[in-house]
Write a protein that binds this ligand. Structure first.
Ligand code: ADP
Ligand code: ZN
Length: 724
């Protein structure tokens, strides 16, 4: 059978189409033209040398500085049935010798190797006797002193290369300014002909930059919305890393720290834990990430401001390598700007100037009202061609979102004034909303004219308004006590000389990250498949994504393949994986479909240009939560629905919750109240706790109420809460 790049793409990797540039690059390499590839992280560089390696008769050597990644990469290739091995200092002497023998006997097609290992005379000697078809230089920017990660051993690769004139050379990197590009080409003597420069735009990353107003709450909201996918939180200092990761653990998030101050063993353990798990948060300083090749990182949160755009770009770039939607949120605080400036001011001359330029570029990005991609790509010398990317906070805003907030501003500001400018936002809001808590009576604030005049907004909305008023400079906040004080601008608002226009944000809450919009799948089946994948991965001692990428499981949970014949159509199912794992996953899917009365949905043929499945498993009108939600709103009771659908009441309630959460439905509140077994006081307290702690998880509310309200009641109260 003739192996074409296209057939290998399908049979080995299980993918239908090449991504932009991949086919051309592979052709170039197969024609033995030296090739330079500049493609953003996640662009799909690996396939560009892996497919030629599987076609060439001889050996492909892959030089990479990332020793920690090699085992992973090689494991993934072996999972695909590709004969790959590696040589570096982490191997035991026996394993090292064994791999040398495999090369000598021409039994490996891909050899991953660290530069210092490659430079050893024994290794060079061995390769001289082998047939070398391709020399791959990964992370090629390491060759340049102008890059951010110069490795002196890389300099000597030019000499190595000249020893193997018959081997084609392919150099790849994700970050290269024009200067670094020139350097790579000059050192490796690559001609212009084989240069492939992909756009730096990472289309699947949703970029959001929000004012850092209440970082901890913002972070929690962001994490809750990201459900249980895995992600990274970047902080500026080790101290901050420790604090945040401890606080997350106390709040029952699965999180671990990573910074240079931790013992090597802890760092390795935490990194390994992160890579091996499908959910989990690494809280880290910049020290984390270089050796990370995890494709399914679903979010990156910048708790503090990165020093420059390049760092920011690299760090967000670790998310979504698998091409699925991933969320990036940066909390942008003026205080952080001040801290960075403080450090810059310790520098001198040119260095200081460069650092200021970098910071300015970062500020441009953070404060722009334009598409975030415009300043971001400009930094890499690229002009963003699109008009509205649809994947950044600014592009999703419209001018219609701007509403006249003068009246709420007047209410709020006058309440600040009347309470003596010594209280923080929470108390002001309590006064406005007519709360009956202790503090109100203690200060006699129930007698104020502003008491109870702000019932039109929920607490959360008032909080976001108060941050908006701060941002607009209508008031200032005491750094230590959080008390609010009016500015001159506030007086102009009182006198009706100045209108307050703004966006009434619900919250800085992104869409659930674990559920990219482009494929609509059954989350419960997905969860089950994911658990199975983890089991299999642990048993094989490989990371879960080496078994199947997330997208494979999503497609399985969207198209419900019922037979072995339908599996190869699923993304990421090549021949070897089909044999190895097909049966296990099929069985799970079949069982699930039988229990839930679901039929297979044929996977639509992918359009020629780029695979972007947009088919949903069922039209909304047929999805169960929708059917149940709508029937309920028509007046049917929960008990009726349980009988009608022959399911438990709890299942009806779960479906109603999904109707609200996943389908954006709204429920009539009156059908739930009667089912709640606790009194109105506790119900009210539970509602307040949902308001305060968020409604994505029940546990925090359960705990906050001293376990007085059971989960069944909490589920009902949450539904009432969410239905507003
Ligand atoms: P890079 O090295 O450029 O950061 P990778 O080579 O690791 O990117 O590829 C990123 C992800 O994209 C991997 O999960 C890979 O399997 C996947 N991928 C690469 N090419 C394709 C393709 N043509 N179709 C679908 N997925 C692909
Ligand atoms: Zn945009």
């Amino acid at each position: 059978m003739a192996h074409t790049p296209q057939s290998i793409l399908k049979t080995v990797f299980g993918y239908d189409d090449f991504r932009p540039l991949q086919a051309e690059i592979i052709d170039s390499v197969l024609n033995k033209n030296d090739t330079l590839v500049i493609m953003p992280t996640g662009g799909g560089k690996s396939i560009c040398y892996q497919i030629p390696a599987l076609i060439f008769d001889g050996l492909t050597v892959v030089v990479s500085p990332l020793i920690s990644l090699m085992k992973d990469q090689v494991d993934q290739l072996r999972e695909l049935g590709a004969p790959a091995i590696f040589l570096n200092s982490s191997l035991t002497p026996e394993a090292y010798r064994e791999n040398m023998t495999l090369v000598r006997e021409n039994k490996a097609r891909l050899l991953y190797i660290a530069p210092e290992t490659l430079l050893k005379p024994t290794v060079l000697g061995l390769l001289a006797s082998a047939r070398l078809d391709c020399l791959t230089i990964d992370e090629a920017h390491c060759i340049s002193e102008w890059g951010h990660d110069f490795r002196p051993e890389y300099r000597q690769l030019a000499e190595v290369r000249s020893r193997f004139p018959k081997a084609v050379c392919i150099a790849l990197t994700a970050t290269a300014t024009p200067r670094v590009r020139r350097d790579i080409k000059a050192s490796l003597r690559l001609s212009d002909a084989g240069e492939f420069l992909d756009s730096f735009d990472r289309k699947n990353l949703f970029l959001r930059i929000a004012p850092k107003t209440d970082p901890w709450r913002q972070a929690i909201d962001f994490l809750n919305a990201s459900k249980d996918g895995s992600g990274i939180i970047y902080c500026a200092t080790r101290q901050q890393v420790d604090n945040i990761s401890d606080a997350l653990v106390r709040n029952e998030f699965s999180a671990r720290p990573y910074h240079a101050g931790l013992p090597e063993t802890d760092r390795t353990r935490n990194q390994e834990w992160f890579i091996r798990n499908d959910s989990g948060i690494i809280v880290a300083t910049v020290a984390f990430g270089m050796g990370i090749d995890k494709p399914n990182i679903r979010f990156v949160l910048h708790y503090d401001l990165p020093k420059n755009v390049e760092t920011y770009y690299q760090q967000i770039g670790r998310a979504g390598r698998d091409g699925l939607r991933s969320e990036c949120l940066l909390l942008f605080g003026q205080g952080d700007v001040g801290k960075i400036k403080y450090f810059i001011n310790q520098k001198q001359g040119q260095e200081k100037k460069i650092a200021y330029d970098h910071l300015d570029a970062m500020m441009d990005l953070a404060e722009t009202d334009d598409c975030r991609r415009v300043p971001l790509l400009r930094y890499f010398g690229e002009q963003y061609a699109g008009e509205n990317c649809g994947m950044c906070d600014n592009c999703l805003r419209t001018d219609e979102d701007l509403v006249d907030l003068t009246i709420p501003a007047q209410k709020f500001l006058s309440c600040v004034k009347r309470t003596g400018e010594i209280f923080g936002a929470v108390h002001i809001i309590d006064v406005l909303r007519g709360s009956e808590n202790q503090r109100i009576f203690k200060h006699n604030h129930q007698t104020l004219s502003t008491y109870g005049i702000g019932g039109e907004y929920a607490k959360k909305q008032w909080l976001s308004l108060s941050r908006l008023f701060l941002r607009k400079g209508l008031m200032v906040q005491d750094g230590e006590f959080g008390s609010l004080k009016l500015t001159d601008k506030a007086w102009a608002v009182f006198r009706n000389e100045k209108k307050v226009l703004g966006r009434l944000q619900e919250e800085t809450r992104p869409k659930p990250a674990a559920r990219p919009a482009d494929i609509d799948y059954d989350p419960r089946l997905f969860e089950g498949l994911r658990r199975k994948r983890k089991e299999l991965a642990d048993a094989a001692n490989v990371p879960p994504y080496a078994v199947f990428p997330d997208k494979t499981l999503m497609e399985m949970a969207a198209y419900f393949p019922q037979s072995e014949a339908s599996l190869p159509a699923i993304h990421g199912v090549g021949e070897v994986k089909l044999q190895k794992y097909g049966a296990v996953f099929l069985e799970m899917i079949r069982d699930y479909c039988r229990e839930n009365d679901i039929e297979e949905v044929p996977k639509p043929a992918s359009p020629a240009a780029g695979p972007r499945p947009s088919a949903s498993s069922k039209p909304p009108s047929q999805r169960r939560p929708v059917v149940i939600g709508e029937a309920y709103n028509d007046g049917r009771s929960i008990a009726d629905l349980a009988t009608e659908f022959n399911i438990k009441q709890g299942t009806v309630i779960d479906n109603l919750y999904r109707y609200v959460q996943e389908e954006g439905g709204v429920l009539r509140p009156d059908g739930m109240e009667g089912l709640i077994s606790v009194g109105p006081d506790l119900t009210q307290r539970a509602m307040e706790s949902f308001e305060e702690l968020g409604a994505d998880r029940l546990r925090p509310v359960f705990d906050a109420l001293g376990e007085e309200v059971g989960y069944d009641d909490l589920k009902l109260i949450r539904l009432i809460y969410l239905s507003g």
